[in-house]
Design a binder for this molecule. Sequence first.
Ligand SMILES: [Zn+2]
Ligand SMILES: [Zn+2]
Length: 299
Amino acid sequence: MLTDYHLHLRPDGGDSTVAQYHTRANFERYRVAADQRGIAELGVSEHVYRFAQALDVWRHPFWETFAHDDLDEYCEFVREHTDLRLGIEADFVPGAEDRMANLLEARDFDYVVGSVHFMRDGAVDMDEYSVWDSRSASVEEVWKRYFQAIGEAARSGLFDIAAHPDLVKYWGPPTGAHPERTPTGDLRRYYEPAVEGIAEGGIAVELSTAGLRKPAGELYPARAFLEMCVDAGVPVALSSDAHRPEDVGADYERALEELDAVGVRELCVFEGRQRRLEPIGSSDRASEPSAASSDASAR
Ligand SMILES: [Zn+2]
Ligand SMILES: [Zn+2]
């Protein structure tokens, strides 16, 4: 089985309306792209901050800008007009755990992708509200706090999957355009609290190909982070974080090589917030709907 759980049916930003993108025709474009890439198991996880109900959890100005749509209409659309697993990408907002739990538990999600984009009010991966503009914190402090937040998020009980767990590297390596945003040396010293939290929280770690499409130019997470997770017995969820059909399963060859290199042979599959493991392998839905090859290289 191959999965793509961290999918968005629309691009980020205010122009992408539900009327345009939460349609049967748009869903079918994702399904066709997935079929072409041998991905049998698909789920959608729109950003929680696109929904009006998120403002009961947090009132960051970025959320206030985008929180227009109705969360229950989204759930209904996915259940009634698609065969996607129903997920959501929810931010970890320290101090608002109870309010986020209320929002999540009131809906029948198959899984919740937990992410850390903000540290207090500063975003790690946007120019707007950028955490990097603050002169009060050094790069070491930002990185240290980032991975602590991942650990806390994982322990919160709110989430099933730790999304893009080293997103803080978004701006690229010390040789890139923003050398001041990445510490030098062995980065494992930062990863420990995050990996510990993920292991203790009993959730899955996401292997995401999105980092390859960003200035970071590598998978999320880095090899060393993934190895630490594997050593701690943490299962893996595979996703592209696509925001358009073309990116469904993007760079999965690269991801599958990575999983093979660290000895991961199974992927997480979710339903009703229950997790099970399935052997890695692409499917050929066209010829044999239920067959799942165990040979990843056949893709
Ligand atoms: Zn994200
Ligand atoms: Zn996402």
